[in-house]
Each structure stands twice: as C-alpha cells, then as structure tokens.
Design a protein around this ligand. Structure first.
Ligand SMILES: [Mg+2]
Length: 362
C-alpha cells in the first residue's frame, strides 16, 4: 500500500518569457497551481496545472476545499481510482474548466508519485511508444509581430532544426494574414512545415475563405478556426477544405473529444493535459484518437507533453513554448528540433524550490 497521507496545494505566478498575443487574448502570466502529495511509505508526488491569467485562485480553492481532503487515504499507485474518487466530489461543477484544472493538478501529482515509487519515467509508464518527439516553434509567430520579424523568426527556427513553425492569424483585415503567410512561405521554402492558429476567432464563412486562401501555401494545419463549442460548424469546415483542421486546446473532457472525432470535426486533436483533467484522461483522448486514426499534437505544456506524446503511438509533434525556466533547474533536452523525454522516475521536472517559494502568491 502507498496511501496518500498529506496533500497540499499552492499557487505560483510565473512571469511570461515573451509577450504572447493571438486573435482573442494575450498571455500575461502563468498562474501555476501546484499539488504536493506524500504517502504513508514516504513517496512524494508533485503535479501542476495552470491558467494564462484568470481563475487560479478558484482552482486552488477547489483543491483545498474539496479535492485534496477527499483523496487522503487513497492509493497513489492507482490513478484511475484516485481520479474517479475525486471526480465524484465535483459533480456539481463538471464538466467545467476550473474543475478540470483542479483535477489535473491532483492527477499529475498522483502520476508523479506512482512513477517515482515504481522507479519509472512518465514516458515509459504511460506506454513508452518511443523516446524522442519532434518539436515545432510557436514563440516566433505571435500576432503582434510585424511581417519582417515573423519572417526572420521563422527562418531562424528552420535553421535551428525545428520541425515546423506556427503563426497566429486573425488580424482585423484577413488580407494581412495571407500576406504574412505568403512572405513567410517564400522565405522558408516549400518544404518547411507551417501551421496557422486562429484561436477561435473566425465565423464559418471567414474560416472557409481563409482555408481556401491558405490551401496553395501548403499549411500543415489550421488550428482553432472557430469557437470550440460549435462542433457542427467544424464538421462543415472539415468537409469543405483540404486543409487539416486541428482542435482541442479549449476542450475540457474526454467526451468533448469523442464528439469531435465521431462527427469528423477534427483532423488533428490537441488535448492539453491541464485542461482535460490530467494525465489519466489525456491518455484516453490519445487512445480514442488513435482508434479514429487521428494524430495528437498537444497544446502548450511541453514539459509534460513531450513525455505523453512519446508514450502513445499517435503523438505527432509538440509545441515549443518554454514556460517553466524560472522555476526549474534543468531544461528539456532538445537536439535538432527533437525533444528527448526525461528518464528520471516521475514526471521528470526538476523544480527549483527556492524559486517556487519566491513566486508563491497563495
Ligand atoms: Mg492554439
């Protein structure tokens, strides 16, 4: 038995490393909700989730008031049992973002503890499909950057060995998006993968027009073209374009992904381990997508997603957005655009305890 004997949650505000803007929002700080568990046999487990600026204290309250007291006495080796047990305490507020984010911080801590106790790294414990995962760059493609900077950043990414670059679209004048994309494509050549991301900013007619305009540019995927809760509009868009449509960062449960997949509304899925409720549901989404022959390109959180994309056979690529440098002592190992999943027992994040304490706000 390895029963959870102590559970604690804290909130840490991590400043962003660079200004990040898209069609609908800007990312000003990462509210990082951290869960620490300890078991009767002395195994520690630490997990986390995040928001990009609002709701962090609500997630913290959900954990402190409801979820953490409910899991004391549960066996850390049994993530399915712990997750289900915690979930039954949240019926009144599921499915919802705050609850899923709280469940994720807890579930990641359970996986960390389970893996540490078994002496296994996450990528292998969760399936171990392979060790290395390709990375694409998102940091050079924010919407506020002018075209020259966008072109320069993308050329630098290509020359640095990245396996692709993502550019934000959704400018007030759609011609600006096309001009930017065209300039980048001309500079990097036909063979370099480019993705575009509209962050739910378009209506169906505009998304169709953008997709049509982008088809000749050879785009790897068009991400979040439409509001994420409009599944039928995504189905109609997928039917009307040859561009792959990627969806998932704004979905919060396994069932929402099932709906997208069953209705042919996504060509690529992008589950975010924090937003879907943790590693336990993330793996279900990845396996569900595999059954539909759909690849997974997870959203953000590369520090966890490299291990998870490595764990499953359909993990295609992970987005490079470093956001934990301020609170860790070691970075992800990246060689020529290929990330190697950490091999330490647990989730493989080397936390800097002093830095966490300095940035702690609750
Ligand atoms: Mg996105």
């Amino acid at each position: 038995m390895s029963l959870i004997s102590r559970a604690r949650a804290t909130l840490v505000d991590i400043p962003v490393e660079t200004v990040r803007t898209d069609a609908v929002q800007s990312f000003v700080k990462q509210e990082t909700i951290i869960v620490d568990l300890e078991t009767s046999d002395g195994t520690p487990g630490r997990g986390y989730s995040y928001t990009i600026g609002t709701g962090g204290r609500a997630v913290l309250s959900m954990l402190r008031d409801h979820l953490l007291p409910s899991v004391v006495g549960q066996d850390i080796r049994r993530p399915e049992a712990v997750w289900r047990h915690a979930f039954t305490h949240t019926r009144a507020t599921t499915v919802g973002a705050i609850t899923s984010l709280a469940l994720a911080a807890l579930d990641t801590a359970v996986w960390d503890g389970r893996c540490r106790r078994n002496g296994e790294p996450l990528w292998r414990a969760a399936g171990g499909a392979r060790r290395d995962v390709p990375l694409y760059d998102t940091e050079g493609g924010w919407l506020h950057l002018d075209t020259d900077t966008l072109v320069a950043n993308t050329v630098t990414a290509r020359d640095g060995g990245w396996r692709g670059s993502k550019l934000k679209v959704g400018s007030p004048d759609p011609r600006r998006d096309i001009e930017r994309l065209t300039a980048v494509r001309e500079a990097v050549g036909a063979g370099y993968p480019l993705m575009v991301d509209a962050n739910q900013g378009l209506a169906l007619a505009d998304a169709r027009a953008l997709a049509r305009a982008l088809e000749p540019a050879g785009i790897s995927w068009l991400e979040e073209p439409l509001p994420a809760d409009d599944v039928s509009a995504h189905t109609r868009l997928v039917e009307s374009t040859s561009l792959p449509i990627a969806v998932g960062e704004s979905l919060y449960s396994v069932a929402q992904f099932k709906e997208y997949l069953a209705r042919d509304a996504a060509t690529i899925v992008q589950p975010d381990v924090a937003r879907v409720g943790g590693i336990t549901p993330w793996l279900k989404i990845a396996h569900l997508a595999e059954a539909f022959n759909v690849p997974v390109a997870p959203h953000f959180l590369m520090e966890l997603h490299v291990s998870l994309a490595a764990a499953v056979p359909n993990g295609r690529i992970v987005e490079y957005i470093p956001q934990l440098r301020a609170v860790t002592t070691r970075e992800l190992r990246v060689t020529e655009g290929l990330a190697t999943a950490p091999d330490e027992p647990g989730i493989g994040i080397a936390w800097d305890e002093d830095a966490l304490e300095d940035l702690r706000v609750a």
